[in-house]
Design a protein around this ligand. Structure first.
Ligand code: NAD
Length: 280
């Protein structure tokens, strides 16, 4: 039976350390959070971020903007926050309304205040293996892998999902550890090759958003399984991996919820404190 990789426990440790660091700073770091519209999922996420921030001593300023805001108005608002010396980090909550170009916006947040690690300059540093701020979820996955004590050198690592926030930066961080990385995505499934890749994975990371995509009996004996997926099934939150079957085969596995999610928020706060230190 697999050991549980409980991200929430590692998150608690990170938060404790951060609250000590925050006390050594000249003033409490300030996180500006922009929420366009009132998407209930995003609002719940924002409340979670706010609670975590406050528990560390970070000032969390929520800017809730109307759904009807134009792209130009949003751009002006972000430029204002970039110029504001009292703001250390900026998060633009997703989803953005369809009339706003997400890429344009994520490039606009100053690289120094981009605590989500999505600015091209910060992404570029991940490529060169010298990032101080990297994409939060990908970093959370690396923390979880690190907590197993397993050396990734030469390991067969399969990442399912190639998004810009998870799969792509994660592949780069894994290469830094000399893992042998395969990245699967929708075309891997459409050409019926997903199962063969998953079956040989010594480390499997899944970030797709489709419950039950990864069958439990595909998991190699002794594999480490990190399930990033968050899906609502009735009133339950489930991941992308069939947990009950996978747990019997894996050596380590993340629960959903309580695995990657809470750690991602803690990493966001760590990035903010890092940004504040660099700015001060
Ligand atoms: P995305 O929609 O941007 O990307 C999905 C990826 O899955 C793409 O690479 C796509 O090609 C691939 N994919 C889609 N269908 C597939 C299939 N049938 N077989 C193989 N690959 C397939 O998603 P995202 O933003 O990266 O999020 C992925 C999941 O991770 C979601 O459930 C999201 O809620 C969750 N997530 C969790 C956290 C966290 O902190 N725990 C953070 C970010 C995202």
């Amino acid at each position: 039976m697999a050991k549980l990789l409980e991200g929430k426990l590692i998150a608690e440790e990170i938060k404790k350390e951060l609250s000590l660091t925050v006390q050594t700073l000249k003033q409490p770091p300030v996180l500006a959070s922009i929420l366009v519209g009132a998407d209930p999922g995003a609002l719940a996420y924002v409340r979670g971020q706010e609670k975590t921030a406050q528990s560390i001593g970070i000032t969390y300023k929520l800017h809730q903007l109307p759904e009807s805001i134009s792209e130009d108005e949003l751009i002006d608002f972000i430029l204002g926050l970039n110029a504001d010396k009292n703001v250390n980090g900026i998060v633009v909550q997703m989803p953005l309304p369809k009339h706003i170009d997400y890429r344009k916006i994520s490039e606009l947040v100053s690289a120094k205040k981009d605590i989500e690690g999505m600015h091209p300059a910060n992404m570029g540093k991940v490529l060169f293996g010298r990032a101080r701020i990297a994409a939060c979820t990908a970093t959370a996955v690396m923390e979880l892998l690190n907590s197993t004590g397993v050396d990734l050198y030469g390991k067969e690592v399969v990442v399912v999902g190639h998004s810009e926030i998870v799969g792509k930066p994660l592949a780069l961080l894994l290469l830094e550890k000399f893992a042998t990385v395969t990245v699967c995505h929708i075309a891997t499934s459409k050409t019926d090759r997903l199962e063969e890749h998953v079956r040989r994975a010594e480390v499997l990371i899944v970030a797709v958003g489709k419950p039950g995509l990864i069958k439990g009996d595909w998991i190699k004996d002794g594999a480490i399984v990190i399930d990033v997926g968050i899906n609502c099934r009735g009133n339950k939150i489930v991941g992308d991996v069939e947990f009950a079957e996978a747990e019997k085969r894996a050596s380590f596995i993340t629960p959903v919820p309580g695995g990657v999610g809470p750690l991602t928020v803690a990493i966001l706060m760590r990035n903010l404190v890092e940004a504040a230190k660099l700015q001060q």
